[in-house]
Design a protein around this ligand. Structure first.
Ligand SMILES: O=C(O)C1=C[C@@H](OP(=O)(O)O)[C@@H](O)[C@H](O)C1
Ligand SMILES: C=C(OP(=O)(O)O)C(=O)O
Length: 449
């Protein structure tokens, strides 16, 4: 059991940080890779997968439905080929007839609670889903309603949320469906990821307010295409807000998972707020990850970014500027940007992120309360935050079981003495090694060389 009340004294930087930090694999790529590999018609590999609470829950959920997932540390043996660039962890995924009865623990992973019910609809028996208390409050109606319209039987006790049981019938009719995905892009991704395995494929039409996190939908589409699926999108000449996946077999892939660019954020922010320099190796030249937007955002906030063969290097200039920015496409970056904004030389306005109220915690309320608790001046707006920097003081920063609240607090703690982060272990959701990576960055363990 995690001790939710333990306090981690956030280390104060003794000067400008100068480090190279190797960031583990992307949560979003790993969990899509697992689902697509499980639905493929042949075995596949995931190399350098993220090993964290969210991805282990995804693997366990798929295993519960009969999928084989072997976790190996690669060697030079022929049976476990090396990941490019050296040895590393590799997961072998062996698809199988999906089965029920099964039970899936979703924890508080949006990807697991949304991506797996459509997979379960293909199983040959009931699959029960439940998770952390917070998972009961996160929106799931888009997936539940869509699955019913596509031919599945879902028993959610009329709640429109977890816990629920999908009564898999071995196959799903599929076809066209309309959903309101304004509360989470993951509704769209979830239906598309399994759509190639529905008898009639799937056509998802979003009706409703603006759709958040578009890069994550592009990630879904790119990964489906790489697995051989035919996908029609608004960008490929289709109608706005309509995505179509044609029924067909998916290929087993050999996928190397990119570093998690959203988890790179606190380390890059460390360079920015201490006027130092941090390099993140293996930063992809092209990617659908929203974290790539940090190059632009942190440049506007005063950093200098250079992408070359060493990776992405962010150099702080000693000055941090406020920013007025719409973060609807990259909502998961908001806590880290808010932390930097609280230390800037001018006010910031973060817009387009009302849906963050339904993330791991109500992130807008939590950031407001905790930064203000250190003496800050943050106000919530209808769709975001206004942050007016003020001198901050030490104190306890509560994290509400939200990994990104914990890493945001660590960034503030670099330059504000006496910040204590409650339950830093909650970073295990996507970055279990965070405290060690952070100390290594500061202590020379992550230094250049
Ligand atoms: O599909 C994904 O991998 C994700 C989509 C986004 O969800 P929302 O659209 O619900 O914000 C993002 O915030 C989340 O961290 C990961
Ligand atoms: C919103 C997030 O996660 P989830 O996949 O649980 O939605 C996140 O990681 O910032």
């Amino acid at each position: 059991m995690t001790d939710n009340t333990s306090l981690w004294p956030a280390p104060l930087a003794s000067g400008a940080v100068d480090a190279t930090v190797t960031v583990p694999g992307s949560k979003s790529v790993t969990n899509r890779g697992l689902v697509l590999a499980a639905l493929a018609s042949e075995p596949g590999w995931l190399r350098r997968p993220l090993r964290s609470r969210d991805t282990l829950l995804m693997a366990e959920g798929l295993r519960a439905m009969g999928v084989g997932i072997e976790e190996t540390v690669s060697s030079n043996s022929a049976s476990v080929p090396d990941a490019p660039g050296g040895t590393g962890e590799a997961w072998r995924v062996i698809p199988a007839g999906l089965r029920g009865p099964a039970t899936v623990d979703v924890g508080n992973a949006g990807t697991v609670m949304r991506f797996l019910p459509p997979v379960a609809a293909l199983a040959d028996g009931p699959v029960h889903f439940d998770g952390d208390k917070r998972s009961h409050e996160r929106p799931l109606h888009g997936v539940i309603d869509a699955l019913r319209l596509l031919g599945a039987r879902v028993d959610d006790g009329g709640r429109g949320s977890l816990p629920l049981t999908v009564h898999g019938g071995g196959s799903l009719t599929g076809g066209p469906v309309e959903i309101d995905a304004s509360s989470s892009s993951q509704f769209v991704s979830a239906l598309l990821l399994s759509g190639a395995r529905f008898n009639q494929g799937v056509e998802v039409r979003h009706t409703g307010g603006p759709l958040p996190s578009m890069p994550h939908i592009r990630m879904t589409v790119d990964m489906l295409r790489a697995a051989g699926a035919q996908v029609d999108t608004p960008e490929s000449g289709g109608e706005p807000d309509v995505w179509r996946v044609t029924a067909g077999a998916l290929l087993g892939r050999d996928l190397v998972v990119e570093p998690d660019l959203s988890n790179a954020q606190p380390f890059l922010a460390a360079a920015l707020v201490t006027g130092g320099r941090v390099t993140v190796p293996d930063w992809p030249e092209r990617t659908t990850q929203p974290g790539d937007a940090l190059r632009e955002i942190f440049t506007a906030m005063g950093g200098r970014c250079e992408l070359d063969e060493r990776g992405l290097t962010l150099t702080g200039t000693g000055r941090i500027h406020g920013i007025d920015v719409d973060l609807s496409e990259v909502g998961e970056l908001t806590p880290g940007i808010a932390a930097v904004a609280a230390l800037a030389d001018s006010a910031s306005r973060l817009r387009g992120v009302a849906h963050l109220r339904l993330h791991e915690t109500d992130r807008l309320a939590a950031l407001t309360k905790e930064i203000n608790g250190l003496g800050g001046d943050v106000t919530e707006t209808e769709d975001g935050l206004v942050i007016r920097p003020r001198p901050l003081r030490g104190g306890v920063f509560h994290t509400y079981e939200d990994h990104r609240l914990a890493t945001a607090a660590a960034v503030i703690g670099l330059v504000v003495e006496g910040v204590e982060v409650e339950n830093v272990a909650t970073t295990a959701k996507t970055l279990p090694d965070f405290p060690d990576l952070w100390s290594a960055m500061l202590g020379g363990g992550g230094s250049r060389g």
